[in-house]
Design a protein around this ligand. Structure first.
Ligand code: PLP
Length: 402
């Protein structure tokens, strides 16, 4: 026996506030699955789990790169053909004042690098509520307290401008805008983008425009890029292959930095320092970027047709189900219904998995106004699966709440 006993290794206390409700629920689902039940998964925003496949020409591009031994490290910002394609995409989005572009391991890494490069202790960053939980997880890691602004359900989940105005402090450095939005599926109006740009100008904020779903506008109206309406304002636009190009497992994202050069350049030096420190994003997968952005976009026709049909089915169910009401999503593949129940939505969701084996994510996992309850539906599954899941949720609501 060794003389000294090994003691417990504890995680850093700053991780206490790191939550990722979407994946945390998986533990409960595992229990249910072990009992032999089939889970109906309406919880994970991964198209490839359902009937969506990565376009073949992207796979060919990556395969070719691997065969050509592009398996070493790449330049830290990304390979040239990818950077050129992203600049081309920025131009198509109407972003004129591009100062830099860089490739990352998914938008997740863009978020991590961009927030880390910006924030000092005591600073704050405006993030939406409800929110995609990665932002608050990264802020927790940086030991930055949350400063959230509400999305307004009564206004189709548009950002609540009055709330944003109230929340800006002398230490507010920037604002995150997720458009199209996860978890609500809302899409910002041009007028809203102009108002936010004006606030950013007045208070010297950088805007992080998470536009990872910008090609998934369900009803075919145009997506307006934040950076296109605010060419002078420092903006980092986030994009990637995970959603628009159905390849989340490849972990490819990017940032497009725009705005007045003198304002944004010092910050970009910080971003590039971090990009160099982590060497590079996945190398062979970067060869899919030019193939995706400059190649055929046919897959989007089929994707949007499926999303439209599944969104409409979802909305019909919401309209006819007591206790449930929902703002119709216009982009991405999420719906965020409010549910009128006498207990927390975390209990609702947990019991729904245990009793009916349907997985959705509780609103409290994304944030919501006090006194409200919501749940997030991913409407990627086919119509048959969605119909079965909605039938089960309807039964559950009736049996549990009358
Ligand atoms: C709004 C939003 N941003 C970023 C991400 C992360 O994307 P990636 O797979 O590129 O890391 C997601 C994933 O669901 C998302 O919904």
């Amino acid at each position: 026996m060794p003389a000294t006993q090994i003691r417990e290794i504890t995680p850093a206390s700053r991780l206490e506030n790191v939550r990722y409700a979407i994946r945390d629920l998986a533990c409960i689902a595992d229990e249910v699955a072990k009992q032999g039940h089939k889970i109906l998964p309406l919880n994970v925003g991964d198209p490839n789990v359902f009937d969506f496949e990565t376009p073949a020409h992207l796979i060919e591009a990556v395969y070719g790169a691997m065969r050509d031994n592009k398996n070493g490290y790449s330049p830290s910002s990304g390979i040239k053909p990818a950077l050129d394609a992203i600049r081309g995409e920025a131009a198509r989005k109407g972003i004129g004042s591009v100062q830099d572009v860089f490739v990352t391991s998914g938008v997740s890494e863009t978020v991590d690098i961009c927030l880390t490069a910006l924030l000092n202790p005591g600073d704050n960053l405006l993030t939406p509520c409800p929110d995609y939980p990665l932002y608050s997880a990264v802020l927790a890691k940086l030991e930055i307290g949350l400063n959230t602004y509400y999305l307004n359900e009564k206004d189709g989940w548009q950002p609540d401008l009055d709330d944003i105005r109230k929340k800006i402090t002398p230490r507010t450095r920037g604002i995150v805008l997720i458009n199209p939005n996860n978890p609500t599926g809302s899409v910002c109006t041009r007028g809203m983008l102009e108002e936010i740009a004006e606030l950013a100008r007045r208070h010297n904020l950088i805007i992080f425009a998470d536009e990872i779903y910008d090609k998934l506008i369900i009803d075919d109206d145009a997506h307006v890029a934040m950076a296109a309406v605010a060419p002078d304002v420092p903006v980092i636009t986030f994009g990637g292959l995970s959603k628009n190009y159905l390849a989340p497992g490849w972990r490819i994202g990017w940032g497009i930095a725009s705005g007045e050069a003198s304002a944004i350049k010092p910050y970009l030096e910080g971003v590039n320092k971090l990009l160099r420190a982590r060497l590079c994003a996945n190398h062979p997968e970067q060869y899919a970027i030019a193939a995706a952005l400059d190649g055929p976009q046919n897959h989007l026709i089929d994707v949007k047709r499926k999303l439209r049909s599944r969104r409409d089915l979802t909305m019909r169910w919401c309209a006819e189900t007591p206790r449930v009401s929902c703002v119709a999503p216009r982009g991405a593949f999420y719906a965020y219904p409010s549910v009128d129940i006498p207990e927390g939505d975390d209990v609702f969701v947990t019991e729904l998995i245990r009793q009916k084996h349907v997985m959705v994510v509780h609103g409290s996992g994304f944030g919501q106004r006090p006194g409200t309850n919501h749940f997030r539906i991913v409407f990627l599954p086919d119509e048959k699966t969605l119909t079965a899941a909605y039938g089960a949720i309807g039964d559950f609501l009736r049996e549990r709440y009358g």
